[in-house]
Design a binder for this molecule. Structure first.
Ligand code: DP6
Length: 325
């Protein structure tokens, strides 16, 4: 019996206030709340068919059949859906990104947001946005933030039921842009999931987490008031704080390359000259430069002119996850 294939479209997000470290690892209850914006130009499309006749789960990523850890993570997520729906079906999942893997854009946020939306539908579950965000969180913490529209806050909570994300402002609230400077010759880096486990080994993590409510409030207000200077200061502080924790973990995680630091210094110089631009880095050496739309072309060109920048991806603010017809 052929079952209907469900397809969902989602966007990855870039965090302004970062998620780093969990209070509960298996449930992905984060140590602190976080704020992000969805990236409109970057897309993940995920299709799923759940069928009682399938003998196992399968995963195809950008046309390639996956077997290792990627499949394992999807199977664990399918187990959740099977439990929630009381249906024992296996599923075939196929997912494509419109951005290259080598761009170092964390695709787990859009991957699990799309899988949560399409998967819950395929298993006959009608979930609210809040429930979808909670479900996506179980696949990848940052995926909880790719469910709602535009500018999003993930409330840390203390248990499964109160750890979810919601929109602070819609995508069209403020024309911000993210220009991602992709830096060449990145060394092999530790993935976020492994990194979160080390956060507590840094003596700085407690201070970072304790101060998070203050940073979240500044960031939320800066977004609501469209105050770029306030946003820029808090984004840079928060990124530097997270990297300070990473660098002082045991073993230390050094994500910045000399080129990342060079770009961060350039961005700081541009801002001094009056260009609204601010940097933030995730668990990698690529530098995300947040700016207003009117400066997006100029910032992009400036980044492209820095020797060693392989290429620049850029995007405005994106919507939340959607089911495609
Ligand atoms: C540095 O959401 O990728 O990008 O929950 O293990 O999938 P898992 O981790 P993930 O961690 C994101 C870390 C970050 C900061 C952020 O996006 O908030």
């Amino acid at each position: 019996m052929a079952m209907k294939t469900i397809t969902a479209l989602s966007h990855p997000n870039i965090a302004f206030i970062k998620y780093w470290g969990n209070r509960n690892n298996p449930l992905r209850i984060p140590a602190n709340g976080s704020i992000s914006m969805n990236l409109a130009s970057l897309e993940t499309r995920t299709s799923i068919e759940a069928n009682p006749e399938f003998k196992a789960d399968s995963l195809t990523l950008n046309g390639c059949r996956e077997t290792g850890t990627a499949l394992g993570r999807v199977q664990a997520f399918m187990d959740l859906l099977r439990k929630m729906s009381s249906k024992a079906h296996f599923a075939h999942v196929s997912s494509e990104n419109n951005f290259p893997q080598s761009a170092g854009i964390a695709s787990s946020s859009s991957a699990f947001a799309a899988l949560a939306a399409a998967g819950s539908r395929a298993f006959g579950l009608a979930l609210s946005e809040k429930e979808l965000s909670m479900l996506a969180r179980r696949g990848s913490g940052s995926a909880s933030r790719s469910i709602p529209d535009g500018f999003v806050e993930w409330h840390a909570g203390t248990k499964d039921a109160d750890s979810f994300a919601e929109s602070i402002a819609p995508a069209d609230h403020w024309d911000l842009w993210d220009c991602v400077a992709v830096v060449t010759d990145q060394p092999k880096q530790t993935g976020s999931t492994e990194g979160h486990l080390l956060a507590e080994t840094s003596p700085l993590q407690t201070a970072r987490v304790l101060d998070a409510p203050r940073r979240l409030e500044i960031c939320r207000n800066a977004i609501l008031k469209k105050d770029f200077e306030a946003l820029a200061d808090i984004i840079e502080l928060d990124s530097n704080l997270m990297h300070a924790v990473m660098m002082t973990s045991q073993p230390p995680l050094m994500y910045w390359s000399p080129k990342s630091l060079e770009i961060m210094r350039e961005v700081a110089k541009w801002r001094k000259k009056g260009i609204p631009a601010s940097y933030t880095l995730d668990a990698g050496s690529n530098v995300h430069v947040i700016c207003t739309k009117e400066y997006a072309v100029s910032v992009r060109t400036r980044l492209e002119n820095i020797p060693g920048v392989a290429w620049v991806l850029s995007s405005g603010v994106g919507s939340g996850v959607q089911i495609l017809p």
